[in-house]
Design a protein around this ligand. Sequence first.
Ligand code: NAP
Length: 393
Amino acid sequence: MNKPVKQHLIDPEICIRCYTCEMTCPIGAIEHDDNNVVVNADVCNFCMDCIPVCPTGSIDEWRVVDTPYTLEEQYGFEELPEQQDIEAAPVAGEEGEVDDSIAALLAEAHQGAGGKARAPVSASKPQINMYNLGKPAKMTVQGNYRLTDDPDHDVRHIILDPGALPFPVLEGQSIGIIPPGKDAEGKAHLPRLYSVSSPRDGERAGYHNISLTVKREQKGMASNYLCDLEKGASVNVTGPFGATFLMPNATDARLLLICTGTGSAPMRAFTMQRQRADATGGMTMFFGARTPESLPYFGPLKKVPKKYLRQHLVFSRIDEAKKEYVQDRIVAHEDEVAEMLGDERTHIYICGLRGMEEGVEKAMTSIAESMGLQWVNLRDSMREDGRYHVETY
Ligand code: NAP
């Protein structure tokens, strides 16, 4: 009999085929065909690098098997196989006792691998993966409003109503939108992920409706579909997704929010929830956009009282002004940021363009140095505590 082993698998019903895991895997253990993304059991060494980068959590699946599923078998999966009953080898000389190592493997497989990213200690427990491609939630469009005055930068605020369907979301979670129609091979389009920009009890408190912040991309099939939606239209939705980019419920927690463009979506949700909860810890936001005319929520943001949110709105394309990015403003306000970094109640959230990560890292490195600290150590310990969160695309 083969010795049971733990095998890493990907849930085909949840995966949105973004291939981030494949790009991240340092040893080429992940590959895909037109149907599925799969893990080569002969190569995977459980380094876990792919776990935190997966936007849906579909990567965090494990089975204990006597013989690992082959790549061909995984390419054929329409859903994940159930965990098989594994014949646990009796411990030598002690009939009936289960081999501890196999019991541990089974328990570990059941729990998933976790990964490095963690949710804040006081965060509410998120619901995930309630609806998928085969069983989407049908939602009705309640509104579709343009947020930006810049004619070349169409960003929309779209409100969806799940009606009587249960669809609980927390600030920081995402949902999947399935564009209608079929792809070139006659299959349903895969869902595209969007961050929720409304708080947990609804765009309007108690209504449990959900808003999205969507920028029209010239050739984007899903973004054009969403931006053109009319009130009353029906939309197929998957999710909710995301179990770590969550807000602490502790009202004295302090939030440092760093975002660009539509990466402001979760920050809007955080801001509304903190206002509704009358949180005392305060938030400081560095928000980068091309111009005030292209910054989503520019008007409403100005009305948020300072006791909840201190704002640094940073612009890169104002005529005759020097180009400025969020990381430049962070360095310019070094003392304010250092004071927050030195407080154990501070949680950092970074969302938006992937390119900003490098600049923000450099800014934080120099601020930490001025405090006599190493940013890498501080960041990693904050991440371990569930106080450091990055979601960039
Ligand atoms: P955008 O308008 O293209 O850019 C916003 C601002 O970021 C501009 O001022 C831009 O300056 C600046 N920027 C460009 N490169 C930068 C860098 N290396 N460091 C710092 N700032 C930089 O943004 P957008 O089109 O709304 O795109 C937002 C991004 O966020 C998209 O990639 C989207 O997929 C992502 N997003 C992520 C999430 C999520 O993670 N949950 C949610 C929503 C959106 P320039 O004048 O130089 O262009």
